[in-house]
Ligand binder design. Structure first.
Ligand SMILES: [Mg+2]
Length: 372
């Protein structure tokens, strides 16, 4: 079997709001083969940049586009092709956008491998530790405490047993933050898992002060209170708060996660499959397991990410919970022919060959952007 094409498809909602909400657009990666098997991947990064990284022609052996490196190759050699892409982009890659573009390709290659062998990908990764994942409803903070608590009540009514709220307007002052958490704890009751994603806006002293104030609200984790480069801050915070400290969604390599775990002292590594790819994600989870750190996925895009995340979290021993974005983006909601659904707070791990994702071509056609 040989790769015949690598296509990057940019999908975008007609209107993009200036919020930290990455469910508004996405980049799909489609890898075609001469055996008629097609694999699908996704990139949650800057879609137009990732597309250019895939489409670019060769400048020289250390600067080339991903399609140029892959056409004619055997898609079953997923790990070797990861190395080939890493080496063929060395002068402009190694981290960030290039690894994110590689992640989309890597997911598509795993999807092909599973389909070609007629196996779900988790079996190719060594088998699954679980056939379903506890899933949490992942939300943006609403602009009042009561509207935010309404979101929790809705999640609870739907069967979710855990909920996360993130980003603006949370974090600006202690009294407002406590009002939000008070409303949420009241709506959830004593045993409901509530997580907060601060959105990178505090320094270490503020985080420690807030975390102490938040102790009565019994948060399951506090996510990304500080900038991801502030490793000394993460270390100071992790040594001084009782809550689990979560981070990692900006990282795309094992090297980046190793820094957060070893130097930053985080207690939950959040891995976005559409930024790391499955090949790196398995190495990151193994590294985390060796350090006694749990992993979760990061997912604020589509059900392709959900399929990859379920596959990944099923196949590692140290998985905590599945993130599922409930923002009502039409791209997120309708990209899969069979959208994933939770039942009683759990989501089933796909049994189909490949990653367990098949696209809804109507959605692709509706939101595909041909050129800017
Ligand atoms: Mg986050």
């Amino acid at each position: 079997m040989k790769i015949t094409d690598v296509a990057a498809l940019y999908l975008r909602l007609p209107t993009i709001k200036a919020r930290t909400d990455s469910s508004q657009d996405t980049l799909l990666v489609r890898v075609d083969t001469d055996a008629g098997v097609t694999g699908w991947g996704e990139v949650d990064g800057c879609p137009w940049v990732a597309k250019a990284i895939i489409d670019a022609p060769m400048s020289h052996t250390l600067v080339t586009g991903l399609r140029n490196l892959l056409v004619g190759e055997d898609p079953m050699d997923v790990e070797r092709l990861w190395t080939k892409m890493y080496e063929g982009t060395l002068y402009y890659g190694r981290e960030g956008a290039v690894i994110q573009a590689m992640a989309g390709v890597d997911l598509a290659l795993w999807d092909i491998k599973g389909k070609a062998l007629d196996q779900p990908v988790w079996r190719l990764l060594g088998g699954r530790y679980r056939d379903r994942l506890r899933v949490y409803s992942s939300n943006m903070f609403q602009f009042t405490a009561e509207e935010t608590a309404d979101r929790l009540r809705k999640a609870k009514d739907e069967g979710f047993t855990a909920v996360k709220f993130g980003w603006e307007p949370f974090g600006r002052d202690a009294a407002t933050d406590c009002a939000y958490l008070e409303a949420l704890r009241k709506a959830g009751g004593d045993d409901y898992d509530i997580m907060v994603d601060v959105g990178l806006i505090w320094d270490a002293p503020t985080t420690i002060q807030r975390a102490r104030l938040f102790e009565p609200y019994d948060l399951t984790w506090i996510e990304e209170p500080m900038h991801p480069d502030n490793l000394a801050g993460y270390k100071k915070v992790s040594d001084n708060i009782v809550q689990r400290l979560a981070a990692g969604e900006e990282e795309c390599t094992q090297r980046g996660f190793a820094r957060l775990i070893e130097e930053g002292g985080i207690g939950l590594a959040q891995i976005d499959l559409t930024r790391c790819g499955l090949t790196q994600a398995m190495k990151i989870a193994d590294h985390a397991a060796q350090k006694g750190v749990m992993v979760a996925n990061h997912n604020f895009t589509t059900d392709l990410n959900t399929a990859a995340s379920l596959t990944f979290l099923a196949a590692v021993p140290n998985a905590l919970m599945l993130e599922y974005c409930v923002e009502p983006s039409e791209i997120s909601r309708n990209l899969a022919r069979k959208p994933f659904r939770q039942h009683d707070g759990y989501m089933a791990v796909p049994e189909e060959p490949g990653l367990g994702f098949e696209p809804n071509f109507e959605t692709i056609e509706t939101y595909l952007v041909e050129a800017l």
